[in-house]
Design a protein around this ligand. Structure first.
Ligand SMILES: C[S@@+](CC[C@H](N)C(=O)[O-])C[C@H]1O[C@@H](n2cnc3c(N)ncnc32)[C@H](O)[C@@H]1O
Length: 200
């Protein structure tokens, strides 16, 4: 498994990434009332900037990621904590149909086969489960200029259709933030971040 985040992990928890995670958490909490009986699953949870904020509101949580280095940073934070599990590998490696709540921030554009992922999520989610995804709307490729990534953001109509095809009901899709970053020297680019909420 290629780990494109191997060299980013140690410095991931910087003010910019923390602010980005916090904005997603704030937006998520506006729409979803977390339930202390829920089992949560985070996809591409990295160092836990999002998951560790939501964990205290849930019964248990699995944080999945394909980057061993990102998970090492996370494990250093969760040592000795009960009811939180890390999963190194593809989310399709998680097979138990016991998930009440799925969430993911800025990881979907790294995942090649979204329909396959959504079909799998539908299998492991309990009826009534809530899925909350935060990512970029379609961008010109400048966000990851030199890194190989499968998606230059998402056309959210297409993504919503993929959720519906997998069996989910899409409740909400909206832009909640516009990132302004100078990815190309001398050019300030804008990247719209959306939140999508779906139910099984
Ligand atoms: C932009 S980072 C976001 C990390 C974290 N969600 C946050 O908000 O700080 C993307 C994460 O997705 C992970 N990732 C990349 N490809 C993945 C895949 N196919 N399945 C699961 N996670 C993946 C990366 O290792 C990385 O930790």
């Amino acid at each position: 498994m290629v780990d494109y985040f191997e060299n980013k992990a140690a410095k991931w928890d910087n003010p910019e990434k923390i602010a980005m995670a916090n904005r997603f958490v704030d937006e998520l909490k506006k729409h979803v009332t977390l339930n202390p009986n829920w089992k949560g699953l985070e996809i591409g949870g990295g160092t836990g900037l999002v998951g560790l904020q939501l964990f205290p509101k849930l019964k248990e949580m699995v944080i999945e990621d394909t980057s061993e280095e990102m998970l090492k940073v996370l494990r250093a934070k969760t040592e000795g904590m009960d009811n939180i599990e890390t999963l190194w590998g593809d989310v399709t490696d998680y097979k138990n149909p016991d998930i009440d709540f799925v969430f993911s921030n800025m990881a979907f554009h790294h995942i090649e086969n979204i329909p396959n992922l959504l079909n799998h999520l539908f299998q492991i989610c309990k009826t009534g489960a809530v899925v909350v995804i935060g990512d970029l709307r379609s961008e010109d490729g400048s966000f990851h200029r030199f890194d190989p990534i499968p998606h230059r953001g998402f056309d959210t109509d297409e993504l919503s259709e993929q959720f519906r095809n997998a069996g989910f009901t899409v409740q909400l899709v909206q832009t909640y933030h516009v990132l302004k970053q100078e990815k190309v020297p001398g050019k300030l680019s804008e990247y719209e971040q959306f939140i999508l909420i779906a139910h099984k």
